[in-house]
Ligand binder design. Structure first.
Ligand code: IFM
Length: 444
């Protein structure tokens, strides 16, 4: 199948995505307070290449050129995130006007270029001062988050087309408080589940706070979802897949869309389950206007652990390329959740070890990855799933968390020594698709 823009509905939104800590740099400028990632990066052994986001892509200074670049790709929209510690250095208390000014300039810059702003309010850079009093385990953080959300929404208002509260709460809870791979790097399941509950509550409170402030802007949340397949038809493998789906997907989907935690996983977690106050689930399940889905890969589950199908191909992250999983996931969401809001694919993309040859970066695997996953979206649309947009992760190479700068997800190559941006072939391919050029097949 050769994909063209005509395969998507007329009002389907195409964009590219980034996040604050991964691209902005300017870590100590204009009153930004320290975040948990500033702290984490300085702890020996946490980041594969020993780097941090102090400079990153220097987007804080280069944003006008970066917005021009996005426009040149033919994108309709740009998904970015707001750094909480730029708005409130300590996560509460005084508002930093320079922080708000920055995002106002950025949003107005998008509008001037005909780009729709899609904001995410929390893409993991929690103010360190809040971590010092427990981070997301401390229930109060949820209310501080709602306050911050209101501050941003009051300033940017309906100039922003879409506000997502959280990006990938599985990562900012389980991956960060239980598996220790992300900031704050803890290893305690009980704390992780308390953090997940705090994040979900913060989401609900933030939606409620922003509803009072904006009118046309769409409000929602972004989850990373990973369909879980059994390694075989054996009952124990089916049970393993059901458990993986429950901990990774349903633990977040069910509270938001059904106002309940999944009973099977609640039971399996035993004494580690979070403390839930009577009104919490109703707050968490506030009506939302969209759900963002970040899709990269699937899991294949056996009773003895995860399995890597040998016939599959894998990205530089070691993640299996499995586009059918995206179709399956989208159709399943529609089937399982009666009040599912419209969906957006808020992230999808792949890391490969790209090398420039002069001013060209050939990345045929990424072109193929994008093409196959966009086809998977088309298949879901044809099966009646209400998908309204697709955002490629990422606009440009950036700070890939625990992997530092060693993994490149960009459509645009970044030379970190000079900050030069070079369009990869995938960027040209995406541009051709978005601008309706007939030739959106992989480049030679
Ligand atoms: O870079 C991340 C992003 O911040 C969140 N979603 C997954 C991406 C790739 O790992």
């Amino acid at each position: 199948m050769t994909i063209t823009r005509k395969d998507f509905p007329d009002n389907f939104t195409f964009g590219v995505a980034t996040s604050s800590y991964q691209i902005e740099g300017a870590a100590h400028e204009d009153g930004r307070g320290p975040s948990i990632w500033d702290t984490f990066c300085r702890e020996p052994g946490r980041i594969l290449d020993g780097t941090n986001g102090d400079v990153a892509c220097d987007h804080y200074h280069r944003w006008p050129d970066d917005l021009d670049l996005i426009r040149s790709l033919g994108a309709d929209a740009y998904r970015f995130s707001v750094a909480w510690p730029r708005i409130q250095a300590d996560g509460q208390g005084p508002v930093n006007p320079k922080g708000l000014d920055f995002y106002e300039r950025l949003v107005d810059g998008m509008l001037e270029r005909g780009l729709k702003p899609y904001a995410t309010l929390y893409h993991w850079d929690l103010p360190q001062a809040l971590q010092d009093v427990g981070g997301w385990v401390n229930r109060d953080t949820a209310f501080r988050f709602a306050e911050y959300a209101r501050i941003v929404a009051e300033r940017l208002g309906d100039r922003v087309a879409s506000y997502a509260t959280l990006n990938e709460p599985w990562c900012s809870s389980l991956l960060s408080y239980q598996l220790g791979e992300h900031a704050p790097g803890l290893r305690d399941r009980r704390l992780a589940l308390a953090a997940a509950h705090g994040l979900l509550l913060g989401h609900g409170e933030a939606i409620a706070a922003m509803r009072d402030v904006v009118h046309s802007a769409q409000l929602g949340i972004v989850l990373n979802l990973q369909p879980a397949y059994p390694a075989s038809e054996r009952p124990e493998d089916i049970t393993a897949a059901r458990f993986a789906d429950g901990t990774f997907n349903r633990w977040f989907l069910d509270p938001i869309l059904r106002a309940e935690y999944p009973a099977d996983i609640w039971e399996a977690y035993g004494e580690d389950v979070p403390e839930v106050q009577p009104a919490d689930l109703a707050r968490i399940a506030q009506p939302i206007d969209f759900m963002g889905v970040n899709y990269y890969s699937r899991s294949v589950n056996g009773a003895g652990g995860n399995v890597r199908p040998p016939e599959s191909s894998y990205t530089h992250m070691g993640w299996e390329v499995y586009p059918q999983g995206l179709t399956d996931l989208l159709v399943r969401l529609k089937e399982d959740y009666a009040n599912l809001p419209p969906l957006l694919i808020t992230e999808n993309g792949a890391a490969y070890p790209d090398e420039p040859l002069g001013k060209r970066v050939q990345d045929p695997e990424r072109v193929r990855y994008l093409q196959l996953h966009l086809e998977a979206v088309v298949q879901a649309l044809r099966q009646g799933v209400d998908v309204r947009g697709y955002f490629a992760w990422s606009l440009m190479d950036n700070f890939e968390w625990a992997y530092g700068y060693s993994r490149r997800f960009g459509l645009v190559y970044v030379d970190y020594a000079t900050q030069e941006r070079i369009l990869k072939d995938s960027a040209r391919w995406y541009r051709d698709l978005l601008t309706g050029q007939a030739q959106a097949a992989p480049l030679p």
